[in-house]
Design a binder for this molecule. Structure first.
Ligand SMILES: C[S@@+](CC[C@H](N)C(=O)[O-])C[C@H]1O[C@@H](n2cnc3c(N)ncnc32)[C@H](O)[C@@H]1O
Length: 195
């Protein structure tokens, strides 16, 4: 039921330090691929001015619900079913956050992901995407290269994506890169804004 992610525990504070100032004037956040539910609880507790909407594919809902039941926060909503390749719900949000999702997805899913984000966000709203990315056709570290081998062993369609490819999808979705933040353990936090 309630799943625990050690990666989330390790990256939650570095992520919070970047997203907290960016979300200072926001009210409604959609998280795509909430996974265990751990990030949602942590971020909603640390940013009580936000309403945090969790989402994921149905298999993940029991763990997200378990974290939410335990946390008893009133600024977080039970998960909606959102597979980026299917019809997106008609939500009113002013930012979208997602962590460690693109390397799990195949390329067609990533294309749907960016198209969906572009359709949901309105002018000047923000998309915050955390994870490992490649630059200039290369891994940024040997640990990311090893991680990519491991990912492909789990699912041959999973892989670390190239930042430049993602930024092309972003442009197509009318999203402009605002900033690319270096994060611990060779991860990045990419911030795009709808134009
Ligand atoms: C490695 S987990 C990351 C979960 C969580 N965000 C975290 O940081 O721990 C990858 C997540 O991507 C989600 N995901 C993969 N493919 C997806 C798709 N097509 N639509 C929506 N979510 C997807 C999975 O369901 C899972 O929650």
């Amino acid at each position: 039921m309630k799943q625990y992610s050690e990666a989330c525990r390790q990256n939650q504070d570095p992520i919070l330090s970047v997203i907290k100032p960016l979300l200072k004037h926001k009210s409604h956040i959609l998280e795509v691929g909430s996974g265990t539910g751990q990030h949602a609880v942590y971020f909603a507790r640390q940013m009580p001015h936000l309403h945090w909407q969790t989402s994921d594919r149905p298999d993940y809902h029991p763990s997200i619900n378990a974290w939410l039941s335990e946390a008893k926060l009133n600024n977080i909503s039970t998960p909606i079913s959102l597979d980026v390749t299917e019809q997106w719900p008609n939500l009113s949000v002013d930012a979208i956050f997602s962590a460690n999702t693109c390397h799990i997805m195949n390329w067609q899913m990533v294309e749907c992901f960016f198209a969906g984000v572009g359709q949901l966000l309105k002018l000047n709203e923000d998309f915050l995407l955390y994870g490992p990315f490649n630059y200039n056709g290369s891994y940024t570290s040997s640990s990311n290269a090893n991680f990519d081998v491991w990912l492909k062993q789990q699912n041959p369609q999973s892989s670390i994506k190239h930042f430049e490819d993602l930024d092309k999808l972003a442009l197509k979705a009318n999203l402009t890169l605002v900033k690319d933040y270096p994060m611990p353990a060779n991860n990045r936090l990419l911030h795009w804004r709808k134009n």
